[in-house]
Design a protein around this ligand. Structure first.
Ligand code: ADP
Ligand code: MG
Length: 369
C-alpha cells in the first residue's frame, strides 16, 4: 500500500523483504537494476546496510527490525532508529509515555518466575495482563491472568521472553488515532476511529467515532498528538487507546508506522496514511487528514485455514457491494488468524454503511458482531 502511494508521486522505492514474491515487490516492479528489490530479513544488519546504500531515505513498515543496524545505516532513517528501538520494547515505551505525562494505566516490570507474578498480582490486582516486552503482535505475546493458579500456564506460554505486567483496564471501547509527524515535528491527527477486536485481532474499524460526548474526538486527538510529539523522526504513527466509562482515556500502545486502524484512510480521507507517511519522511507538505465521506468501515480479511476458498467467497460478495473496495495483500500462504487483506466500505450515512456492512458480515463463516 505504501508502494502504490509512492508510484503515484514518482517516488522510487526499493524493498528489502524475504522472498522474491513479497507483497510489496508484486506491486512495484523495479525499473532498473539501480532500484532492484532484494531478498533478506529486515532483522539482518548486513542487508539493512545494503539497503541504506541504495536509498536517500529509509523507512519501515514493521517495528520488529534491527534498530541498532538502522542507527548505523548511514542514510536518513524515519522514524528515528531511537524511536523504533524505544517502541519495540513495550515496557520502555510505556515508561517513556508515563514520564512525559501521557495517560497510561499502571504497569510494572516482572521476572519470569511464579513468585514475581504473584507479587505483581498483589500490587496491580486481578485480572492482570501479562505482556511480552518485545516481538508482540495481534495478541500473540499477551496472557490474561484471571487467577494466580494460571501463572504456571502463563509462564509456559510466555516465559522465555522478557515480560512486564499491566493493570487490567475495564474499557468500554477501543479507539485509535493515526497521527502524521513531519521532519520539523509538526503533528496532524486523522479522525478518531473505533476498533473492534475479536480474539485479540482487529476485526472492524468504524470512522468517524460516534459518541454522545461532543468533546471526546478532539480530546483523543490531543492525547494522540501530544504522545507522537514525544518521539523523534517523521512518518505516521498509530495510537491505540482505551476509552473508559467516565470518558477517560488511556494510551494502550503506539505503532511507529502505517497501522491497520488507518487503512480506511485510503478510500475515506483526503490523503491516505501511506501518502502522508511518504510526504512526511520526504519533507513534502503534509496532506489534509479530513474525511471525505460521511461514514466508513474497514473489515479485516482474516485467514480461517490454509485454504483461500472462504476468502474468495467473501471477496466475491464484496465486489457486488456499492462503496466496498477489496484489498488483497498477495501473501504466499493463508493461515488461521493471518491478515490476508481488508475491505473498506464507504457510505453516505451510518444507516447505509450498516446495511452494506451487513451483507459482508453475513458472508463471513462466523460473524464477529
Ligand atoms: P498487540 O501488540 O498484540 O496489539 P496489545 O497490547 O495492543 O497487543 O493488546 C492486544 C489487545 O489486548 C488490546 O487491543 C486490548 O483488547 C487487550 N488489552 C491489552 N492490554 C490490556 C489491558 N491492560 N487491560 C485490558 N485489556 C488489554
Ligand atoms: Mg495493539
Amino acid at each position: 500500500m505504501l508502494g502504490a502511494a509512492a508510484s503515484l508521486l514518482n517516488i522510487k522505492v526499493v524493498i528489502l523483504d524475504a522472498g522474491e514474491h513479497a507483497p510489496a515487490k508484486q506491486v512495484l516492479s523495479p525499473l532498473s537494476t539501480k532500484y532492484a528489490h532484494f531478498d533478506g530479513l529486515f532483522s539482518d544488519p548486513a542487508k539493512i546496510k545494503e539497503l541504506a546504500q541504495k536509498v536517500d531515505v529509509l523507512t519501515v513498515e514493521i517495528e520488529h527490525v534491527d534498530a541498532d543496524a538502522l542507527a548505523e545505516a548511514g542514510c536518513e532513517v524515519h522514524p528515528r532508529p531511537s524511536t523504533i528501538k524505544l517502541i519495540q520494547d513495550k515496557f520502555a515505551q510505556k515508561q517513556h509515555l508515563k514520564t512525559r505525562g501521557c495517560p497510561v494505566s499502571d504497569f510494572i516490570t516482572v521476572e519470569s518466575t511464579v513468585e514475581s507474578i504473584h507479587n505483581a498480582a498483589t500490587t496491580l490486582g486481578l485480572p492482570l495482563m501479562l505482556k511480552s516486552r518485545t516481538l508482540a503482535y495481534d495478541g500473540r505475546g499477551n496472557f490474561v491472568v484471571r487467577d494466580v493458579s494460571q501463572v504456571p500456564e502463563a509462564l509456559a506460554m510466555l516465559g522465555n521472553r522478557p515480560l512486564y505486567a499491566e493493570k487490567w483496564v475495564p474499557f468500554t471501547h477501543e479507539i485509535a488515532v493515526m497521527v502524521v509527524r513531519s521532519t520539523s515535528g509538526q503533528v496532524k491527527a486523522y479522525p478518531v476511529v473505533e476498533t473492534v477486536h475479536k480474539e485479540n485481532i482487529c476485526h472492524l474499524v468504524f470512522a468517524p467515532l460516534r459518541s454522545r460526548d461532543a468533546t471526546l474526538s478532539r480530546r483523543a486527538q490531543i492525547v494522540a498528538e501530544a504522545a507522537v510529539k514525544t518521539f523523534e523522526g517523521a512518518g505516521v504513527f498509530g495510537v491505540e487507546m482505551f476509552l473508559m466509562d467516565d470518558g477517560g482515556l488511556y494510551i494502550n500502545e503506539i505503532a511507529p508506522r502505517p497501522h491497520n486502524s488507518g487503512h480506511y484512510t485510503i478510500e475515506a480521507c483526503e490523503t491516505s496514511q501511506y501518502e502522508n507517511h511518504l510526504r512526511a519522511i520526504l519533507s513534502l507538505p503534509l496532506g489534509s487528514t479530513a474525511l471525505k465521506v460521511p461514514s466508513c468501515a474497514m473489515l479485516n480479511i482474516i485467514g480461517l485455514s490454509s485454504s483461500m476458498a472462504e476468502i474468495k467467497a467473501l471477496t466475491d460478495v464484496a465486489l457486488t457491494v456499492s462503496g466496498a473496495s477489496v484489498h488483497l495483500y498477495g501473501k504466499a500462504e493463508c493461515r488461521k488468524g493471518r491478515k490476508m487483506g481488508h475491505i473498506t466500505i464507504v457510505a453516505e450515512s451510518d444507516a447505509q454503511l450498516r446495511s452494506r456492512l451487513r451483507i459482508l458480515l453475513d458472508a463471513l463463516p462466523s460473524s464477529p458482531v
